[in-house]
Design a protein around this ligand. Sequence first.
Ligand SMILES: Nc1nc2c(ncn2[C@@H]2O[C@H](COP(=O)(O)OP(=O)(O)OP(=O)(O)O)[C@@H](O)[C@H]2O)c(=O)[nH]1
Ligand SMILES: [Mg+2]
Length: 723
Amino acid sequence: MKNWESVVGSEPHSVAEGISARGELSSRKWSLSVVMNKFCGMEVAETAENAVVNRHLLATGFNRLERFLKNRSDLSGSLDELAGLGGKSTRSSAIRLKRKVEEFEPSVTFIGQVKAGKTTLVNAMVGRPGLLPADVNPWTSVVTSLHLDPHPPKQVNTAVFRFFEEDEWSRLLAMGGRLGELASRAGAQEEMEKVRQQVEAMREKSRVRLGRRFELLLGQEHEYGSFDEQLIERYVCLGDDFGEDDGTMAQGRFADITKSADLYMHRPEIPLKLCLRDTPGVNDTFMMREQITIGAIRESRICVVVLSAHQALSTVDMALVRLISNIQSREVIIFINRIDELPDPARQIPEIREAVHETLRKHDGPADAQIIFGSAYWATHALTDTLHTLSSDSAESLIKLAESELEAGADAESSLDLVWRLSGVPALYEALSERISEGAGREVVEGAARQASNLAKALQARSVSSFLAQSGKPKLRMDEAAIRTELRRIEAGGLRELEEEFSAAIEAYHLRLERCHRNFLDRAALSLISHLEENGDQAIWSYEPDGLRLLLRSAYQVFGARVQSLSRQVFESTAAEIGGLYRRAFDIERDFDIDPPQTPRVPPPVVIGQTIALDIKGNWWRNWWRRRRGYHTYTAEFSEMIRQETDPIIQDLKATLSSSVRLEAAATLREFIAEQRAVLLSVTSAGATATPGSEDWLARRRSTQVRLQAIEGAMASMTRDAA
Ligand SMILES: Nc1nc2c(ncn2[C@@H]2O[C@H](COP(=O)(O)OP(=O)(O)OP(=O)(O)O)[C@@H](O)[C@H]2O)c(=O)[nH]1
Ligand SMILES: [Mg+2]
């Protein structure tokens, strides 16, 4: 009883034939229910690794990576060739570059509603149903990164668990998370008390569980050479769900204090390294995890938002919408899971799609984000070849969806492939492939191609140098000391310019942020006063903070565009100066350009989406309101509360983001110069192997030049291709 045919009935023909034969449909459905009744109540599939019999399914959805993979392998080939053509320094540069490109690991963060099925989906995507525990106690705050590698990973440690630092941990507990901070600021005693009790209970539990080791463990890491479900459970599942101490206490249960887990897996079906990050759901009442989610989003370029089909984006998910609304639509993919729970998915999917788009539009979210529908549940059953154990409702939905697909003219495919496709996993992998090849993957290839092209140019400069032609010896017109001095001058000039330009940009940006902030506070206070004048203090007033977000976002965008353009200018002028140095050092007459390095990426300002007091329209606000007396107290206290609430966002926008871009730009410039220095100075050490002027020597020189030009051409087309 393995394949689809056996699920829908025992007729020998394929699903495609069967389903398109409308006449047979009712009898097939009848036979389905017979089959289902027979299997209902059966144990759900065993989900250990060895139960995954259809792992080949994981290889679908990567077509869009082809160009990236081809470019990358051409690039590797060219780098090998360059390593052979140049001296020691060129070789080590080429090897380093090749390693960097090969080690490229794009990452994807999965965020979403609590219980939407993020963990189940990630488990299915890595071909290990049951690996990460699904259905975990809501206090979990662990971000788990699964590192997939088509080659067996070289790491000695295939699992690394990190614990909270002491200060992070005490802050988390002392303040009771964001809502705790907020409640205490607003003087909402009731809420505060609730949070405090929960936190106290949690602290007590950890202390009992971990005893004296507790303090010692904070800030530490635990590493393992292998992992299995039990080990992961000890680090990422809280004890409550597992009953009383079952004897494993001796080994410890660390979940309370685990901050992150990294697991390295060999996955030959997937054509590149890939990191999938599973995070805890965000619509929990206490928002302990919002900061964790913000951190996890920052670590990946692509964000997959997992929603549940039967409640895809309602008002309780506004926190989620806010978090993604500061990321470009192209880098957000919405996966609507659990379509197996829809009675009629074919009819409901378009409705849900429309509703989600509408909500995103209305709330200023990434309205153009791609939406994919699927079911981690179907995916798991397809992988483990246990379609016959699908619950009857789920099988019924699957059949209905399959029928409508086939009626719409879908290709005939095997029943297993069809179910896999309907699970949405291949479509999700395809969307990820597309984003990787046009985004981070393109940048990596382009950056390395520029560097490879510079190596090829440097070697050509050496071979066209008039000194080489005359004497057969690689020699420079300038001596080593002069080259070093000149490079130091160029570097200092470039860094100074970056520093000055950045300072000016940052200053303007800070002023603008402060102005936005002040204006917002003033406007809110004015609105409050006029409300009080018109309605008195019995009618409750509220104020939307979205205006502030809009202003902050546009200030950030202006800043981002400015620093990118100033970095580009500085990089270009530095590259031009180095080109001039080559011309002088090698005595080259023709134009000689060096490619400037890539401009730094400006990360999305996710923090703007952080929940602030005004977003929460619960009891606390009513209580706060009722406790105030007199207009004056309202306004002063309100302004102070909102200022304290929004200050951390402004601080983060000021400090973290601008300084990270600035540091990156300076580091890129330094690295660029260091590489040029190594290449330039290595030229004199690379000796000619044949007698200068001999035929052999000339022929070899010509062929080297031809090859270098070919490499340079290939690199240039790759950069153009990428652009
Ligand atoms: N019917 C159905 N159930 C699913 C599906 N995906 C997950 N589930 C179930 O939903 C429950 C929650 O799944 P998880 O994967 O833990 O959800 P999560 O989003 O990781 O939850 P949190 O981490 O707590 O936010 C589990 O009992 C899963 O078996 C699905 O596609 N269909
Ligand atoms: Mg989960």
